[in-house]
Design a protein around this ligand. Sequence first.
Ligand SMILES: [Zn+2]
Ligand SMILES: [Zn+2]
Length: 162
Amino acid sequence: MHLPAVEVSQSPEDKFREYLASRPRPQRYTDQQRDMVRFIFSQHNHFDAEQLIDDMKRAGFAVSRATVYRTLNKLVDAGLLRRLELGPRMFYEHDYGYPQHEHLYCQKCGKVIEFQNPAIEAIIRDVGTQHNFHTSGHTFIVRGTCADCNRARVTKRMLDLV
Ligand SMILES: [Zn+2]
Ligand SMILES: [Zn+2]
């Protein structure tokens, strides 16, 4: 399930190019970076760097590990991606052009379920107001076991009883 995209004025590529050009030492937008931005923004996903490297290689792109790690950091810095600390590895997902949402993370199979809930938004707004704090975003991850894994566990327990 994917949430509907948010309307944005610039393409992710243009936004990233602008970010690179605005650095204290302006940087060139390389072919490898262009491949990465296009690949990442072709679908919404929660991915880690190694997964991205494998997927891009499988799709026929020549990517260097060092470039991928460096570019991921820049994409976070540019506001295009955000980091998600799901397990021992760092995950990434679209921030630019994608609505604020929360996550359920299954610790058994690694599934990530996205959801939105107005009550959570309201609480965060209230807390921000109380502290005179201007909020710009948040990361909310609920850890546990998904329905499929729960079912598998119950089935296994029943089989053990037979
Ligand atoms: Zn699961
Ligand atoms: Zn997400």
